[in-house]
Ligand binder design. Structure first.
Ligand code: C2O
Length: 577
């Protein structure tokens, strides 16, 4: 607060509407912001206020979430549809999101939080250290680049979601991965290298289709990497270069040296990269699907190009640059050991003013994930009548979005009746052992109940949640994102969580803080946070199809005792249903 005089208001207007783009040789109409894909980059400093006027000119209901922003005392601006707000209506609806970024630095992002629209409605949200004296806790990089990883479909993503819900078969695979909205060279499995080589023969054509980053030899660059993909955890590498990870989810880490970045949907990684390879060559950066699903066969890769600034008069180096760019050697697409070791190696940077792990826990929860089937409800239109619908659940409750008003509005009225109930269970309703698939309990986890249940927390209560990945169908990693808080990621492992055995593995000294944790397939992760932010906050799987399937729950945090711990009333233009 000492630096308040230097705090600024960062103001944007987002016109959300149709944009026609060319990808994979065909033209496609997508929903996009201000005619840009990816959307505008928001750049702020710690302490600034961000104001975004959203004008919805699209044909869809819309809301926008500022992923990772703590939204302290501004739950109204958080964005998840029917949780913190009713949607901004199509054909001209407006809402102004207003929030402070106090106490946060690093790379975050924003995305639509309704239906599948976040497939194309997303952008970076960068928070730099406060002016004028704020510093990175690492040597100042010479330059920086934002690298947003995404997915591409050759059809309307709203149809893709309908299809997923109707067939109950999970989402259709996207046709390609993207880097900064561009598809680059790539494709399935071993086709990638060949496609890359083909693109290489025509530098101009390649430039139009793939992102290029130019660096100066010997300099260090900060890569701000965001996984905006809907369905895939990804590996990211740059040929002949390595990284020093310095932050994840906009929380600083101890410097961690690696040549591969592992990043789940919703997560971000800030990594320093020194341009110390032979400057006469060109290098691919590549993102590749990491499949945690044991029997998965799907794999895809995409690329962008890293080139070195060259002396134009040096014809020898120009010749060299025309050689084929070098492709990094990617991990096997199902290399879980590499993924686990990346996550396990990250520790939080201890520095003045950084929050420390709460050592006393008021509330302990064990939350299991289920991915099973339920019969269609009579009124359910998007449901396969014979097979039933895929229902994902937490503690056997498949989360239903309310329809009459948002959870937050109901919470603020103090009268949740008819909108939600306060009985989200602290533990699964049955004893289970998901490593043995024959028990009745395991089967009963497949058939979930539906409901809009929240867990109520007192202001400042400390909460530990064991996330147990029991998913019966589709045993894969589930990236769980908590709105409104950063949590400490204390430990993770495989098998059934065992309190007596696994508590010894907790890092209570310098655990990584995050907003999204990839809970391992057939395993568990333990998170801890302090409920110091009044409002309603959803916790959900960031594999996008799993949200409408119901792999979610919500926390309701009461106001605190002092005026600075009371959620103010909603802004006048707050969308109502
Ligand atoms: Cu990035 Cu609830 O989402």
């Amino acid at each position: 607060y000492l630096l308040l005089a230097d705090a600024a208001i960062v103001e944007h207007t987002f016109h959300v509407g149709n944009l026609s783009v060319q990808r994979l040789g065909q033209s496609q109409v997508i929903t996009a912001v201000n005619g840009q894909f990816p959307g505008p980059k928001i750049e702020a400093r710690d302490g600034d206020t961000v104001v975004v006027h959203v004008v919805n000119l699209s044909p869809y209901n819309l809301s926008i979430h500022w992923h990772g922003i703590l939204q302290r005392l501004s739950s109204w601006a958080d964005g998840p549809n029917m949780v913190s707000q009713c949607p901004i209506r199509p054909a001209g609806g407006t809402y102004t999101y207003r929030f402070n970024v106090t106490g946060q630095e690093g790379t975050l992002w924003w995305h639509a939080h309704v239906s599948f629209l976040r497939a194309t409605v997303y952008g970076a949200l960068i928070i730099r250290p406060a002016a004028p004296r704020g510093r990175y806790p690492f040597p100042r990089p010479h330059g920086e680049a934002t690298i947003i990883l995404g997915e591409w479909w050759n059809t309307s993503v709203v149809d893709v979601e309908r299809q997923a819900l109707l067939t109950g078969a999970g989402p259709n695979n996207s046709v390609a991965l993207t880097i900064n909205g561009l598809i680059g060279a790539g494709g399935g499995g071993c086709g990638a290298a060949a496609a890359a080589a083909a693109e290489n023969n025509n530098a101009a054509a390649a430039a139009a289709h793939q992102y290029q980053l130019t660096v100066e030899p010997g300099r260090t660059y900060l890569l701000r990497i965001i996984n905006a993909a809907l369905n895939y955890q990804l590996f990211f590498k740059v040929a002949n270069h390595s990284f020093t990870v310095v932050a994840a989810d906009a929380c600083y880490t101890d410097p961690y040296h690696t040549d591969v970045i592992v990043i789940a949907p919703g997560q971000t990684v800030d990594a320093l990269m020194r341009a110390d390879a032979h400057p006469g060559r060109r290098y691919y950066m590549a993102a590749q699907v990491y499949q945690s699903l044991a029997n998965a066969t799907y794999s895809a890769t995409t690329t962008a190009l890293l080139t070195y600034l060259q002396d134009a008069s040096d014809s020898h180096s120009r010749q060299e640059q025309e050689q084929q760019a070098l492709m990094p050697t990617m991990p096997a697409f199902n290399d879980s050991a590499t993924a686990q070791s990346f996550y396990a190696s990250l520790t939080g940077l201890l520095q003045d003013g950084a929050p420390t792990v709460p050592l006393h826990v008021d509330t302990r929860m064990l939350v299991t994930f289920g991915l099973g089937v339920t019969p269609c409800a009579p009124a359910q239109t998007l449901c396969n009548r014979t097979r039933g619908s895929v229902a994902a659940s937490m503690n056997n409750v498949s989360f239903q979005f309310p329809t009459a008003m948002s959870l937050l509005e109901a919470h603020m009225r103090g009268a949740p009746d008819g909108v939600y109930t306060r009985d989200f269970p602290d533990r699964p309703p049955v004893m289970f052992d998901f490593t043995s698939d024959s028990t009745t309990a395991n089967r009963s986890l497949m058939f979930t109940s539906k409901g809009t249940k929240v867990k109520t927390l007192r202001y400042n209560e400390t909460v530990e949640v064991v996330l147990q990945n029991t998913a019966i169908l589709g045993a894969e990693n589930h990236p769980v994102h908590l709105h409104g808080f950063n949590f400490f990621s204390l430990a993770q492992g495989t098998g059934n969580f065992n309190a007596h055995r696994h508590v010894r593995a907790y890092n209570l000294v310098n655990p990584q803080q995050r907003n999204t944790v990839a809970v391992p397939t057939g395993g568990w992760a333990v998170i801890r946070f302090t409920a110091d932010n009044p409002g309603v906050w959803i916790m959900h799987c960031h594999l996008d199809a799993h949200l409408p399937f119901g792999l979610a729950m919500a926390f309701e945090v009461d106001d605190g005792p002092t005026p600075d711990a009371v959620l103010p009333p909603p802004p006048p233009d707050y969308p109502r249903c």
